[in-house]
Design a protein around this ligand. Structure first.
Ligand SMILES: Cc1cc2nc3c(=O)[nH]c(=O)nc-3n(C[C@H](O)[C@H](O)[C@H](O)COP(=O)(O)OP(=O)(O)OC[C@H]3O[C@@H](n4cnc5c(N)ncnc54)[C@H](O)[C@@H]3O)c2cc1C
Length: 432
């Protein structure tokens, strides 16, 4: 039988999409940099349907690309041009959201539930979800698990990995593994749940997650924007305790956000570096510092990604988004060296400073030579070429810069154990 017919028999005709005008939003990534036409986009409505779809694709030897909100920034959620026939497996209809368990402080969410829905459900129950990111309304629980998303609260609550208590997932041969109800302490064998977090759809397809929730903050908190001389001064102004978020921006990004978003000059003077703090109490700052306190100051940080994308669109180009981290003591030197590595392009840098995590956005490059220069610089500064967005397609060839040959052999062996025929997200994470 023909593949499309078999898939439609499982999910219904309305949920197998092949018309390019309908599939467009599934086949181009958020940055507009990665696009390919798939065999079909399939939208299962239950775990059982998703497992049946995987079995059919596996029987036909057809590759599968898991996709949640398609907000990923490394080209991992869309089909790729050189990997033959692929089916996009959209999880957006897996939207079951369980009752919040206020005793265990947990909730179970389907892979397609947006992060903001979990946040709202937790808040309604007097709790909070520890992950927050600007893409919260579109990014899904499955996608954030698959990328081990970080975001604005990592300094307080850790990455998505720290919130995952259990997972339900579908293996490459269509079998379902359910570890949603695992007991709190569970050392029976290797931690397969932990292995799947951050696996970028290359090992299995996540269909639901049991998530930890955290207690509410006891105060509203203070949001302070501080003008700094350089990275070193910004780092020195982060208080030792009570930090809910610590974000950094450079002058170029702040001025772009102001222009695109029509925002006012936030401080009395302009500065090379800006530190945005959210803290339990007002931070202790030197008397002569230029700073302002207002929750609305978050806009200057949160609008960076959108403003850079708007600017790229206006210039008719794409953004090369390089999410990296370096040890805190090397941040200043790394940022100083970036200008030479990114010449002749415009570069916008912002990120989660307390984690040494910087988002380096390069505008106008037509090949990925500049990616190599920046990522080599990261390796020279003892950093990681992927802090929180993953490796995807965009950085697969650069993985050997910061992972040894022995580690890459192990990654390949794990991939082969989960997906012996290479059908799940081919081309993602591992170098070709
Ligand atoms: C404005 C903006 C701000 C952002 N801010 C942050 C930030 O602060 N921190 C951060 O970490 N990221 C950030 N991101 C990136 C992005 O939102 C995250 O990577 C997010 O986790 C992706 O979720 P998604 O549902 O959109 O996944 P997708 O983009 O659909 O997929 C991402 C990857 O996960 C895989 N995948 C998706 N669903 C599943 C599943 N159910 N099972 C297995 N694999 C799956 C895909 O194959 C792909 O490899 C931002 C993006 C935007 C556009």
């Amino acid at each position: 039988m023909n593949l499309e017919r078999e898939l439609a028999d499982i999910v219904g005709d309305d949920h197998v999409l092949t018309d390019p005008s309908v599939t467009a939003s599934y086949t181009t990534d958020w940055t507009g940099r990665f696009h390919a036409d798939p065999g079909a986009v399939v939208r299962p409505g239950t775990t059982e349907q998703l497992a049946a779809v995987v079995r059919v694709c596996a029987a036909h030897g057809v590759a599968m690309v898991a996709q949640g909100g398609n907000t990923g920034l490394v080209g991992g959620s869309t089909p790729r041009v050189d990997e033959g026939l692929q089916v996009v497996l959209s999880t957006r209809r897996l939207t079951d959201l369980g009752e919040v368990d206020t005793v265990a402080r947990e909730v179970t969410a389907g892979a397609g539930v947006p992060v903001s829905s979990v946040q709202r459900a937790a808040k309604a129950a007097g709790l909070r979800y520890g992950v927050d990111l600007a893409s919260r309304d579109s990014a899904t629980i499955g996608g954030t698990v698959a990328t081990n998303a970080g975001g604005l609260r990592v300094v307080r609550h850790g990455t998505t990995r720290a919130q995952v208590r259990g997972l339900q997932y579908v293996l490459a041969d269509g079998r379902v593994v359910d570890r949603l109800a695992a007991p709190p302490q569970d050392n029976a064998g290797l931690d397969l749940t932990g292995l799947l977090v951050g696996s970028e759809g290359t090992l299995a397809i996540v269909t639901a997650a049991r998530l930890r929730l955290v207690p509410p903050e006891t105060t509203a908190g203070e949001v302070t924007l501080i003008g700094c001389r350089d990275m070193t001064e910004a780092l020195s102004l982060i208080p030792p305790r009570g930090v809910r978020a610590a974000e950094v921006m450079l002058a170029s990004g702040l001025s772009l956000v102001r222009r695109v978003g029509g925002l006012a000059q936030p401080l009395e003077r302009e500065h090379p570096v800006y530190l945005l703090l959210e803290t339990d109490e007002l931070p202790d700052l030197p008397d002569d510092i230029d700073a302002a306190v207002d929750p609305a100051l978050w806009a200057y940080r949160e609008q960076h990604t959108e403003a850079i994308a708007t600017e790229a669109g206006a210039r008719g180009t794409v953004v090369h988004k390089l999410d990296v981290s370096v040890p805190l003591e090397r941040l200043g030197a790394f940022v100083d060296a970036l200008a030479a590595a990114t010449t002749p392009y415009d570069v916008f840098v912002f990120g989660h400073i307390a984690m040494g995590n910087l988002h380096v956005n390069v505008l106008g490059a037509t090949d990925d030579e500049v990616d190599g220069r920046v990522l080599t610089l990261v390796a020279q500064h003892g950093g990681s070429i992927a802090a929180e967005h993953g490796i995807g397609i965009a950085k697969a060839r650069w993985l050997p810069l910061t992972r040894s040959a022995a580690e890459i052999d192990l990654l390949r062996a794990v991939k082969a154990a989960f997906d012996p025929h290479g059908l799940l997200n081919p081309g993602v994470m591992l170098p070709g």
